[in-house]
Design a protein around this ligand. Sequence first.
Ligand code: SAH
Ligand code: F3S
Length: 483
Amino acid sequence: MQEKYIDETKQGEAYAISEKQGNTKKLFLESYGCQMNFSDSEIVASILRDQGYNTTLNSDEADLILLNTCSIREKAEQTVRMRLSQFKRQKLTNPSLTVGVLGCMAERLKTKLLEEENLVDLVVGPDAYRDLPNLLKETEGGGDAINVLLSKEETYADIAPVRLGGNGVTAFVTITRGCDNMCTFCVVPFTRGRERSRDPHSILKECEDLSLNGYKEVTLLGQNVDSYLWYGGGPKKEFKNASDLQKATAVDFAHLLELVAQKVPGMRIRFATSNPQDMDLEVFRMIAKYENICKSVHLPVQSGSNAMLKAMNRQHTREDYLELISKAKEIVPEIAFSQDIMTGFCGETHEDHLQTLSLMREVEYDHGYMFAYSERPGTPAHKKLEDNIAPEIKQQRLAEIIKLQGELSSARMAGYVGRYHEILIEGTSKKNQNQWKGRNTQNAVCVFDKSPDQQIGDLVMVYVYGNTQGTLLGKIEQTHLAN
Ligand code: SAH
Ligand code: F3S
Protein backbone atom coordinates (compact mmCIF):
# COMPACT_ATOMS: atom_id res chain seq x y z
CA MET A 1 0.00 0.00 0.00
CA GLN A 2 1.70 3.18 -1.13
CA GLU A 3 -0.72 5.66 0.47
CA LYS A 4 -0.21 6.23 4.15
CA TYR A 5 -3.65 7.73 4.31
CA ILE A 6 -6.27 6.03 2.25
CA ASP A 7 -8.12 8.82 0.46
CA GLU A 8 -11.31 9.10 2.46
CA THR A 9 -13.26 10.19 -0.57
CA LYS A 10 -12.88 6.65 -1.84
CA GLN A 11 -14.90 3.97 -0.16
CA GLY A 12 -13.08 2.01 2.48
CA GLU A 13 -11.51 -1.20 1.45
CA ALA A 14 -13.14 -4.51 2.17
CA TYR A 15 -10.28 -6.88 2.34
CA ALA A 16 -9.46 -10.34 1.15
CA ILE A 17 -10.99 -13.40 2.68
CA SER A 18 -10.14 -14.98 5.99
CA GLU A 19 -11.35 -18.59 6.04
CA LYS A 20 -11.57 -21.10 8.84
CA GLN A 21 -13.18 -24.46 8.24
CA GLY A 22 -16.44 -24.93 10.06
CA ASN A 23 -17.18 -21.21 10.29
CA THR A 24 -20.65 -20.48 8.99
CA LYS A 25 -21.21 -16.78 9.69
CA LYS A 26 -20.08 -14.03 7.35
CA LEU A 27 -18.36 -10.78 8.30
CA PHE A 28 -18.06 -7.80 5.95
CA LEU A 29 -15.30 -5.58 7.38
CA GLU A 30 -14.45 -2.24 5.79
CA SER A 31 -11.59 0.02 6.93
CA TYR A 32 -11.14 3.76 6.57
CA GLY A 33 -8.32 6.14 7.45
CA CYS A 34 -4.82 5.35 8.59
CA GLN A 35 -2.72 2.20 8.38
CA MET A 36 -3.39 1.59 12.05
CA ASN A 37 -7.06 1.02 11.30
CA PHE A 38 -6.19 -1.48 8.58
CA SER A 39 -3.90 -3.23 11.02
CA ASP A 40 -6.59 -3.19 13.75
CA SER A 41 -9.07 -4.74 11.32
CA GLU A 42 -6.71 -7.71 11.05
CA ILE A 43 -6.95 -8.12 14.84
CA VAL A 44 -10.75 -7.84 14.70
CA ALA A 45 -10.91 -10.48 11.94
CA SER A 46 -8.73 -12.73 14.08
CA ILE A 47 -10.97 -12.34 17.16
CA LEU A 48 -14.12 -12.97 15.12
CA ARG A 49 -12.68 -15.93 13.24
CA ASP A 50 -12.67 -17.71 16.59
CA GLN A 51 -16.35 -16.79 16.96
CA GLY A 52 -17.45 -18.52 13.77
CA TYR A 53 -17.02 -15.65 11.28
CA ASN A 54 -15.25 -15.84 7.94
CA THR A 55 -14.87 -12.56 6.05
CA THR A 56 -16.67 -11.83 2.80
CA LEU A 57 -16.13 -9.17 0.15
CA ASN A 58 -19.85 -9.08 -0.60
CA SER A 59 -21.82 -7.02 1.90
CA ASP A 60 -25.13 -8.48 0.62
CA GLU A 61 -24.34 -11.90 2.07
CA ALA A 62 -23.04 -10.61 5.43
CA ASP A 63 -24.47 -11.50 8.84
CA LEU A 64 -22.30 -8.82 10.40
CA ILE A 65 -21.12 -5.55 8.84
CA LEU A 66 -18.37 -3.64 10.63
CA LEU A 67 -16.94 -0.29 9.57
CA ASN A 68 -13.57 0.58 11.09
CA THR A 69 -13.79 4.36 11.01
CA CYS A 70 -11.67 7.51 10.96
CA SER A 71 -12.35 10.89 12.60
CA ILE A 72 -9.26 12.81 11.54
CA ARG A 73 -11.14 15.21 9.25
CA GLU A 74 -14.82 15.97 8.93
CA LYS A 75 -14.91 14.53 5.43
CA ALA A 76 -13.74 11.14 6.73
CA GLU A 77 -16.75 11.00 9.04
CA GLN A 78 -19.16 12.10 6.31
CA THR A 79 -17.98 9.26 4.08
CA VAL A 80 -18.73 6.73 6.82
CA ARG A 81 -22.17 8.22 7.49
CA MET A 82 -23.03 7.86 3.81
CA ARG A 83 -21.90 4.27 3.87
CA LEU A 84 -24.00 3.60 6.98
CA SER A 85 -27.08 4.96 5.27
CA GLN A 86 -26.56 2.41 2.47
CA PHE A 87 -26.43 -0.42 5.00
CA LYS A 88 -29.56 0.88 6.70
CA ARG A 89 -31.53 -0.07 3.62
CA GLN A 90 -30.05 -3.55 3.67
CA LYS A 91 -30.99 -3.88 7.33
CA LEU A 92 -34.60 -3.01 6.58
CA THR A 93 -34.86 -6.02 4.28
CA ASN A 94 -32.74 -8.24 6.55
CA PRO A 95 -33.53 -7.51 10.22
CA SER A 96 -31.10 -10.18 11.49
CA LEU A 97 -28.16 -8.24 10.02
CA THR A 98 -25.94 -6.60 12.66
CA VAL A 99 -24.22 -3.33 11.76
CA GLY A 100 -21.36 -2.02 13.90
CA VAL A 101 -19.04 0.96 13.99
CA LEU A 102 -15.46 0.45 15.20
CA GLY A 103 -12.49 2.77 15.58
CA CYS A 104 -12.20 6.51 16.04
CA MET A 105 -15.78 7.56 15.24
CA ALA A 106 -17.05 4.98 17.73
CA GLU A 107 -14.78 6.46 20.36
CA ARG A 108 -15.55 10.08 19.54
CA LEU A 109 -19.33 9.83 19.22
CA LYS A 110 -20.05 6.97 21.64
CA THR A 111 -23.79 6.56 22.35
CA LYS A 112 -24.56 9.48 20.01
CA LEU A 113 -23.83 7.12 17.18
CA LEU A 114 -26.53 4.73 18.37
CA GLU A 115 -28.95 7.66 18.68
CA GLU A 116 -28.08 9.56 15.50
CA GLU A 117 -27.56 6.61 13.21
CA ASN A 118 -30.48 4.44 14.23
CA LEU A 119 -29.96 0.92 12.95
CA VAL A 120 -26.35 0.92 14.12
CA ASP A 121 -26.38 -1.92 16.66
CA LEU A 122 -22.84 -1.99 17.88
CA VAL A 123 -20.28 0.70 18.82
CA VAL A 124 -16.78 -0.45 19.77
CA GLY A 125 -13.76 1.76 20.47
CA PRO A 126 -10.17 0.88 19.46
CA ASP A 127 -9.21 -0.60 22.83
CA ALA A 128 -12.31 -2.76 23.27
CA TYR A 129 -12.06 -5.32 20.44
CA ARG A 130 -11.48 -8.21 22.84
CA ASP A 131 -15.00 -7.58 24.10
CA LEU A 132 -16.54 -8.10 20.63
CA PRO A 133 -17.72 -11.68 21.34
CA ASN A 134 -19.67 -10.50 24.43
CA LEU A 135 -20.99 -7.43 22.69
CA LEU A 136 -22.23 -9.51 19.77
CA LYS A 137 -24.12 -11.76 22.20
CA GLU A 138 -25.78 -8.67 23.65
CA THR A 139 -27.02 -7.68 20.19
CA GLU A 140 -28.51 -11.11 19.52
CA GLY A 141 -31.88 -10.25 21.04
CA GLY A 142 -32.09 -7.17 18.81
CA GLY A 143 -30.64 -4.72 21.36
CA ASP A 144 -27.67 -2.37 21.08
CA ALA A 145 -24.23 -2.88 22.58
CA ILE A 146 -21.40 -0.45 23.23
CA ASN A 147 -17.88 -0.53 24.70
CA VAL A 148 -15.73 2.56 24.26
CA LEU A 149 -13.46 2.15 27.28
CA LEU A 150 -9.93 3.27 26.57
CA SER A 151 -7.08 1.33 28.13
CA LYS A 152 -3.60 2.22 29.34
CA GLU A 153 -2.28 -1.27 28.68
CA GLU A 154 -4.08 -2.91 25.75
CA THR A 155 -1.72 -3.66 22.85
CA TYR A 156 -3.37 -6.87 21.54
CA ALA A 157 0.16 -8.27 21.77
CA ASP A 158 -0.96 -11.89 22.00
CA ILE A 159 -3.46 -11.81 19.12
CA ALA A 160 -2.10 -13.09 15.82
CA PRO A 161 -3.67 -10.85 13.16
CA VAL A 162 -5.39 -12.44 10.18
CA ARG A 163 -3.51 -10.97 7.19
CA LEU A 164 -6.30 -9.48 5.16
CA GLY A 165 -4.57 -6.89 3.07
CA GLY A 166 -3.18 -8.63 0.44
CA ASN A 167 -0.13 -9.29 -1.54
CA GLY A 168 1.49 -11.78 0.86
CA VAL A 169 4.70 -9.73 0.71
CA THR A 170 4.25 -6.58 2.80
CA ALA A 171 2.59 -6.39 6.23
CA PHE A 172 2.04 -4.04 9.15
CA VAL A 173 3.05 -4.77 12.71
CA THR A 174 1.76 -2.44 15.42
CA ILE A 175 4.36 -1.40 18.01
CA THR A 176 2.63 1.43 19.88
CA ARG A 177 -0.97 2.50 20.37
CA GLY A 178 -2.42 5.89 21.29
CA CYS A 179 -0.67 9.24 21.40
CA ASP A 180 0.29 11.61 24.23
CA ASN A 181 1.45 14.50 22.08
CA MET A 182 -1.67 16.64 22.05
CA CYS A 183 -1.11 18.55 18.84
CA THR A 184 -3.91 21.10 19.18
CA PHE A 185 -5.63 20.23 15.88
CA CYS A 186 -5.66 16.47 16.34
CA VAL A 187 -8.44 14.18 17.52
CA VAL A 188 -6.24 11.08 17.85
CA PRO A 189 -5.28 11.49 21.53
CA PHE A 190 -9.02 11.56 22.32
CA THR A 191 -10.03 8.63 20.12
CA ARG A 192 -7.05 6.35 20.66
CA GLY A 193 -6.13 7.23 24.20
CA ARG A 194 -2.86 7.17 26.07
CA GLU A 195 0.31 6.09 24.40
CA ARG A 196 1.59 2.62 25.24
CA SER A 197 4.24 0.34 23.78
CA ARG A 198 3.98 -3.30 22.91
CA ASP A 199 6.20 -6.01 24.35
CA PRO A 200 9.24 -6.35 22.03
CA HIS A 201 9.17 -10.16 22.29
CA SER A 202 5.73 -10.27 20.71
CA ILE A 203 6.83 -7.80 18.01
CA LEU A 204 9.87 -9.92 17.13
CA LYS A 205 7.76 -13.08 17.12
CA GLU A 206 5.23 -11.51 14.77
CA CYS A 207 8.01 -10.34 12.41
CA GLU A 208 9.59 -13.79 12.47
CA ASP A 209 6.26 -15.47 11.72
CA LEU A 210 5.78 -13.11 8.78
CA SER A 211 9.23 -13.98 7.47
CA LEU A 212 8.55 -17.72 7.83
CA ASN A 213 5.32 -17.21 5.90
CA GLY A 214 7.15 -15.64 2.96
CA TYR A 215 6.62 -11.95 3.75
CA LYS A 216 9.46 -9.71 2.60
CA GLU A 217 8.66 -6.35 4.16
CA VAL A 218 7.28 -5.21 7.48
CA THR A 219 6.14 -1.70 8.44
CA LEU A 220 6.32 -1.04 12.18
CA LEU A 221 3.29 1.09 13.03
CA GLY A 222 2.41 3.63 15.66
CA GLN A 223 1.02 7.16 15.85
CA ASN A 224 4.44 8.17 17.05
CA VAL A 225 6.93 5.31 16.71
CA ASP A 226 9.90 7.30 18.00
CA SER A 227 8.50 7.44 21.49
CA TYR A 228 8.38 3.63 21.66
CA LEU A 229 9.64 2.58 25.10
CA TRP A 230 9.31 -0.84 26.66
CA TYR A 231 10.21 -1.30 30.27
CA GLY A 232 7.58 -3.83 31.24
CA GLY A 233 4.38 -2.16 30.10
CA GLY A 234 2.06 0.74 30.89
CA PRO A 235 2.22 4.43 29.96
CA LYS A 236 5.64 5.89 29.29
CA LYS A 237 5.25 8.60 31.90
CA GLU A 238 5.46 5.93 34.58
CA PHE A 239 8.99 5.10 33.40
CA LYS A 240 10.39 7.59 35.88
CA ASN A 241 9.13 5.34 38.67
CA ALA A 242 10.48 2.18 37.03
CA SER A 243 12.95 -0.01 38.92
CA ASP A 244 16.68 0.06 38.12
CA LEU A 245 16.37 -3.33 36.47
CA GLN A 246 13.50 -2.07 34.32
CA LYS A 247 15.56 0.96 33.31
CA ALA A 248 18.63 -1.13 32.53
CA THR A 249 16.65 -3.46 30.29
CA ALA A 250 14.40 -0.85 28.67
CA VAL A 251 14.07 -0.93 24.88
CA ASP A 252 13.66 2.32 22.93
CA PHE A 253 12.73 2.68 19.26
CA ALA A 254 16.28 2.66 17.85
CA HIS A 255 17.02 -0.48 19.85
CA LEU A 256 13.79 -2.12 18.72
CA LEU A 257 14.70 -1.36 15.09
CA GLU A 258 18.04 -3.05 15.61
CA LEU A 259 16.42 -6.11 17.20
CA VAL A 260 13.98 -6.43 14.30
CA ALA A 261 16.72 -5.89 11.70
CA GLN A 262 18.76 -8.69 13.25
CA LYS A 263 15.80 -11.02 13.75
CA VAL A 264 14.59 -10.89 10.14
CA PRO A 265 17.66 -10.12 8.00
CA GLY A 266 15.84 -11.24 4.85
CA MET A 267 13.05 -8.72 5.33
CA ARG A 268 12.86 -5.04 4.54
CA ILE A 269 11.88 -2.90 7.50
CA ARG A 270 9.94 0.37 7.33
CA PHE A 271 8.23 2.37 10.05
CA ALA A 272 5.55 5.04 10.37
CA THR A 273 4.91 7.60 11.69
CA SER A 274 7.83 9.58 13.08
CA ASN A 275 7.48 12.76 15.04
CA PRO A 276 10.33 15.28 14.75
CA GLN A 277 10.23 16.16 18.43
CA ASP A 278 10.78 12.56 19.54
CA MET A 279 13.12 11.41 16.84
CA ASP A 280 16.60 10.44 17.92
CA LEU A 281 19.64 10.49 15.62
CA GLU A 282 20.27 6.92 16.77
CA VAL A 283 17.39 5.89 14.52
CA PHE A 284 19.30 7.22 11.49
CA ARG A 285 22.44 5.43 12.69
CA MET A 286 20.44 2.18 12.68
CA ILE A 287 19.26 2.93 9.15
CA ALA A 288 22.88 3.43 8.12
CA LYS A 289 24.03 0.29 9.95
CA TYR A 290 21.46 -2.23 8.69
CA GLU A 291 21.00 -2.75 4.98
CA ASN A 292 17.48 -4.14 5.52
CA ILE A 293 16.14 -0.97 7.22
CA CYS A 294 14.78 1.15 4.38
CA LYS A 295 16.18 4.59 3.70
CA SER A 296 12.95 6.50 3.87
CA VAL A 297 11.35 8.38 6.74
CA HIS A 298 7.87 9.83 6.89
CA LEU A 299 8.38 12.96 8.99
CA PRO A 300 5.25 15.13 9.18
CA VAL A 301 6.00 18.82 9.65
CA GLN A 302 2.49 20.40 9.33
CA SER A 303 3.88 23.91 8.76
CA GLY A 304 7.12 25.73 8.05
CA SER A 305 6.20 28.67 10.28
CA ASN A 306 7.25 28.84 13.93
CA ALA A 307 4.10 30.75 14.84
CA MET A 308 1.94 27.94 13.42
CA LEU A 309 4.05 25.18 14.96
CA LYS A 310 3.60 26.88 18.32
CA ALA A 311 -0.17 27.24 17.87
CA MET A 312 -0.28 23.57 16.91
CA ASN A 313 1.67 22.62 20.06
CA ARG A 314 4.30 20.88 17.99
CA GLN A 315 7.31 20.71 20.30
CA HIS A 316 9.87 21.79 17.71
CA THR A 317 10.73 24.83 15.62
CA ARG A 318 11.35 25.14 11.91
CA GLU A 319 15.07 25.36 12.71
CA ASP A 320 15.00 22.18 14.86
CA TYR A 321 13.26 20.34 12.03
CA LEU A 322 15.71 21.49 9.36
CA GLU A 323 18.65 20.62 11.58
CA LEU A 324 17.26 17.12 12.13
CA ILE A 325 16.89 16.68 8.37
CA SER A 326 20.39 17.89 7.64
CA LYS A 327 21.98 15.67 10.31
CA ALA A 328 19.97 12.72 9.00
CA LYS A 329 21.28 13.38 5.49
CA GLU A 330 24.84 13.40 6.85
CA ILE A 331 24.33 10.04 8.55
CA VAL A 332 22.36 8.47 5.65
CA PRO A 333 23.18 10.39 2.46
CA GLU A 334 20.67 8.37 0.41
CA ILE A 335 17.77 9.03 2.77
CA ALA A 336 14.39 10.17 1.42
CA PHE A 337 11.79 12.13 3.37
CA SER A 338 8.05 12.42 3.00
CA GLN A 339 5.74 14.85 4.78
CA ASP A 340 2.29 15.63 6.13
CA ILE A 341 1.40 19.32 5.78
CA MET A 342 -1.78 21.14 6.77
CA THR A 343 -2.89 24.45 5.26
CA GLY A 344 -5.13 27.10 6.77
CA PHE A 345 -4.67 26.34 10.45
CA CYS A 346 -6.05 28.97 12.86
CA GLY A 347 -4.49 32.38 12.20
CA GLU A 348 -2.24 31.22 9.34
CA THR A 349 -1.02 34.30 7.43
CA HIS A 350 0.21 34.50 3.86
CA GLU A 351 3.71 34.87 5.31
CA ASP A 352 3.27 31.63 7.33
CA HIS A 353 2.19 29.89 4.15
CA LEU A 354 5.28 31.15 2.29
CA GLN A 355 7.39 29.74 5.11
CA THR A 356 5.86 26.32 4.50
CA LEU A 357 6.65 26.54 0.79
CA SER A 358 10.24 27.53 1.52
CA LEU A 359 10.70 24.71 4.04
CA MET A 360 9.43 22.22 1.46
CA ARG A 361 12.00 23.49 -1.03
CA GLU A 362 14.76 23.17 1.54
CA VAL A 363 13.93 19.61 2.52
CA GLU A 364 13.19 18.39 -1.03
CA TYR A 365 10.61 15.79 -0.02
CA ASP A 366 10.08 12.74 -2.21
CA HIS A 367 6.42 12.63 -1.43
CA GLY A 368 3.72 14.16 0.75
CA TYR A 369 0.21 14.00 2.18
CA MET A 370 -1.39 17.41 2.27
CA PHE A 371 -4.63 18.52 3.87
CA ALA A 372 -6.74 21.62 4.52
CA TYR A 373 -7.32 22.13 8.24
CA SER A 374 -10.63 20.69 9.41
CA GLU A 375 -11.74 21.68 12.89
CA ARG A 376 -12.48 18.70 15.12
CA PRO A 377 -14.88 19.02 18.05
CA GLY A 378 -13.29 18.68 21.48
CA THR A 379 -9.70 19.34 20.39
CA PRO A 380 -7.69 22.14 22.06
CA ALA A 381 -7.79 24.14 18.80
CA HIS A 382 -11.58 23.90 18.74
CA LYS A 383 -11.79 25.06 22.33
CA LYS A 384 -9.20 27.83 22.28
CA LEU A 385 -8.48 28.98 18.74
CA GLU A 386 -10.59 30.37 15.97
CA ASP A 387 -10.91 28.46 12.71
CA ASN A 388 -10.63 31.78 10.89
CA ILE A 389 -9.11 31.01 7.49
CA ALA A 390 -11.71 31.08 4.73
CA PRO A 391 -12.26 27.71 3.01
CA GLU A 392 -11.25 29.20 -0.38
CA ILE A 393 -7.93 30.39 1.07
CA LYS A 394 -7.29 26.98 2.68
CA GLN A 395 -7.96 25.33 -0.66
CA GLN A 396 -5.87 27.82 -2.61
CA ARG A 397 -2.89 27.30 -0.29
CA LEU A 398 -3.45 23.55 -0.43
CA ALA A 399 -3.35 23.65 -4.23
CA GLU A 400 -0.08 25.60 -4.07
CA ILE A 401 1.64 23.13 -1.76
CA ILE A 402 0.36 20.17 -3.78
CA LYS A 403 1.72 21.78 -6.94
CA LEU A 404 5.09 22.44 -5.32
CA GLN A 405 5.24 18.88 -3.96
CA GLY A 406 4.58 17.65 -7.50
CA GLU A 407 7.60 19.58 -8.73
CA LEU A 408 9.77 18.36 -5.87
CA SER A 409 8.67 14.76 -6.41
CA SER A 410 9.48 14.99 -10.13
CA ALA A 411 12.94 16.34 -9.34
CA ARG A 412 13.60 13.66 -6.73
CA MET A 413 12.39 10.89 -9.07
CA ALA A 414 14.62 12.27 -11.84
CA GLY A 415 17.53 12.00 -9.39
CA TYR A 416 17.00 8.22 -9.23
CA VAL A 417 17.34 7.85 -13.02
CA GLY A 418 20.45 6.36 -14.61
CA ARG A 419 21.35 3.73 -12.01
CA TYR A 420 20.32 0.38 -10.58
CA HIS A 421 17.85 0.10 -7.70
CA GLU A 422 16.93 -2.91 -5.63
CA ILE A 423 13.18 -3.28 -6.04
CA LEU A 424 10.87 -5.55 -4.07
CA ILE A 425 8.20 -6.85 -6.45
CA GLU A 426 4.85 -6.24 -4.76
CA GLY A 427 2.41 -6.94 -7.55
CA THR A 428 1.27 -6.22 -11.07
CA SER A 429 1.15 -2.61 -12.21
CA LYS A 430 -2.42 -1.29 -12.25
CA LYS A 431 -1.87 0.41 -15.58
CA ASN A 432 -0.16 -2.42 -17.42
CA GLN A 433 -0.73 -6.14 -16.80
CA ASN A 434 2.62 -6.93 -18.38
CA GLN A 435 4.54 -4.89 -15.84
CA TRP A 436 5.51 -5.39 -12.22
CA LYS A 437 5.35 -2.69 -9.62
CA GLY A 438 7.55 -2.44 -6.57
CA ARG A 439 9.51 0.07 -4.53
CA ASN A 440 13.13 0.96 -3.94
CA THR A 441 14.57 1.50 -0.47
CA GLN A 442 13.52 5.17 -0.62
CA ASN A 443 9.91 4.06 -1.12
CA ALA A 444 9.71 5.34 -4.70
CA VAL A 445 7.40 3.23 -6.86
CA CYS A 446 9.05 1.60 -9.88
CA VAL A 447 7.37 -0.21 -12.79
CA PHE A 448 9.14 -2.51 -15.24
CA ASP A 449 8.38 -5.28 -17.77
CA LYS A 450 7.74 -8.75 -16.38
CA SER A 451 9.86 -11.70 -17.35
CA PRO A 452 8.95 -15.34 -16.67
CA ASP A 453 11.61 -16.04 -14.04
CA GLN A 454 10.26 -13.44 -11.60
CA GLN A 455 7.49 -13.55 -9.06
CA ILE A 456 5.87 -11.38 -6.40
CA GLY A 457 8.18 -11.12 -3.40
CA ASP A 458 11.44 -11.22 -5.39
CA LEU A 459 14.04 -8.55 -4.74
CA VAL A 460 15.44 -7.61 -8.13
CA MET A 461 18.03 -5.17 -9.46
CA VAL A 462 16.28 -2.81 -11.86
CA TYR A 463 17.89 -0.20 -14.08
CA VAL A 464 15.88 3.03 -13.89
CA TYR A 465 15.94 4.80 -17.25
CA GLY A 466 13.19 7.41 -16.78
CA ASN A 467 10.49 8.76 -14.52
CA THR A 468 7.08 10.41 -14.30
CA GLN A 469 6.10 12.74 -11.44
CA GLY A 470 5.71 9.93 -8.93
CA THR A 471 6.98 6.76 -10.60
CA LEU A 472 10.28 5.34 -11.76
CA LEU A 473 10.42 3.58 -15.13
CA GLY A 474 12.78 0.65 -15.07
CA LYS A 475 14.06 -2.34 -16.98
CA ILE A 476 15.47 -5.53 -15.66
CA GLU A 477 18.89 -6.71 -16.61
CA GLN A 478 19.81 -9.29 -14.01
CA THR A 479 17.84 -11.18 -11.39
CA HIS A 480 19.04 -11.07 -7.85
CA LEU A 481 16.94 -13.03 -5.39
CA ALA A 482 16.63 -12.15 -1.74
CA ASN A 483 18.77 -14.17 0.61
N1 SAH B 1 1.09 10.71 14.12
C1 SAH B 1 0.01 10.38 13.26
C2 SAH B 1 -0.66 11.55 12.72
C3 SAH B 1 -2.05 11.21 12.55
S1 SAH B 1 -2.92 12.36 11.72
C4 SAH B 1 0.37 9.39 12.19
O1 SAH B 1 0.55 8.25 12.45
O2 SAH B 1 0.44 9.74 11.02
C5 SAH B 1 -2.21 12.31 10.08
C6 SAH B 1 -2.14 13.65 9.48
O3 SAH B 1 -3.43 14.18 9.30
C7 SAH B 1 -1.42 14.67 10.36
O4 SAH B 1 -0.04 14.59 10.23
C8 SAH B 1 -1.98 15.97 9.85
O5 SAH B 1 -1.23 16.47 8.78
C9 SAH B 1 -3.37 15.59 9.36
N2 SAH B 1 -4.40 16.06 10.28
C10 SAH B 1 -4.55 15.74 11.59
N3 SAH B 1 -5.59 16.41 12.12
C11 SAH B 1 -6.10 17.18 11.14
C12 SAH B 1 -7.17 18.11 11.07
N4 SAH B 1 -7.90 18.41 12.13
N5 SAH B 1 -7.42 18.70 9.87
C13 SAH B 1 -6.68 18.42 8.79
N6 SAH B 1 -5.65 17.55 8.80
C14 SAH B 1 -5.35 16.93 9.96
FE1 F3S C 1 -2.05 13.61 16.31
FE2 F3S C 1 0.13 14.95 16.92
FE3 F3S C 1 -0.29 12.54 17.95
S1 F3S C 1 -0.77 14.76 14.88
S2 F3S C 1 -1.51 11.49 16.43
S3 F3S C 1 -1.47 14.36 18.36
S4 F3S C 1 1.66 13.36 17.18
